[in-house]
Design a protein around this ligand. Sequence first.
Ligand SMILES: Nc1nc2c(ncn2[C@@H]2O[C@H](COP(=O)(O)OP(=O)(O)OP(=O)(O)O)[C@@H](O)[C@H]2O)c(=O)[nH]1
Ligand SMILES: [Mg+2]
Ligand SMILES: [Zn+2]
Length: 293
Amino acid sequence: MTTYAEAAVENSCLICGARNLVGAMVCCDCQAPLAIVHDVAAQERDPQIVTILGESNVGKTVYLGFLLDMLTQRAADYEAIPKGAYSVDLQQNVISHMARRTFPPKTAMEANSWYWAYYQIYQRKPAPKWIDLLMPDMAGESLAAEVSTPNTFKVIRSLLKLSAGTLLLVDAAMAANGSTQPDFFAVKMLSYIDSMHQAKRDERVQTPTAIVLCKADHCPECFDHPRRFAQANLNRLWNLCENRFSNVEFFATSVVGSLGYATAPGEDYVTPIPLHTALQGVLEPFQWVTDQL
Ligand SMILES: Nc1nc2c(ncn2[C@@H]2O[C@H](COP(=O)(O)OP(=O)(O)OP(=O)(O)O)[C@@H](O)[C@H]2O)c(=O)[nH]1
Ligand SMILES: [Mg+2]
Ligand SMILES: [Zn+2]
């Protein structure tokens, strides 16, 4: 086992372990940024990886951007210090778009264009502790590709193996409308994780897994009873969680207070316009996961 200082000297990737040329910026094997290796070496403490999963268009980028922004603004007595300027980019991208009343663009499939956030977080309650969190914003389409054909995105597999906690985002608005798509995608994602832990067949997966019901502004009943909502509208997911995951909790979240809809002249698709932001339930799933790290 190499230490982080040795890894930094060899420029070996924190995520997949591949050795890279000195001066390389992204890992030659998995495309993870190598700046993290040096920032971790300076920290001399294990970073904990929390992965944000979910289908394309479920709201991962928006959620993560607002979460990081809340943390850096000391919500719920957290202190959050971004390590490396690259860690601020995601938050800035989301906040500046929302300030102009537009949603941020969709995340590109290529791993070298993802935002990576590496934050040092101080939690006062229940007991004071420091956690170093590494949270990449992956593209939903890349996750879907990896789940259907394992090893197309090596970085995803490596990240999930190292994950200390998971937030799985599910589109509650679609599920409430009767679509089975969110249920099936979530089941595929969790069975992928479950099969990675195959060595321990009879044991259930213990990684804290928060199921986050997104866009709950469209179905406010979610906020009152997220578990009941999941059991009724995401029943396949609910059953898989009961059978194979020992540490699961359900949450509802929403970032917008009201939406407008607009089309551009000559275009036939409608774009949602976030008229104002109203954050609800953004911090709770994160708090639940970090309490268990
Ligand atoms: N009503 C509502 N819509 C939301 C909310 N959050 C996100 N959206 C919508 O969901 C869309 C996708 O959000 P993103 O954060 O870009 O989705 P993503 O999961 O990062 O998607 P990929 O980057 O393709 O993986 C946004 O453009 C909004 O239209 C929310 O809280 N409420
Ligand atoms: Mg995205
Ligand atoms: Zn790598």
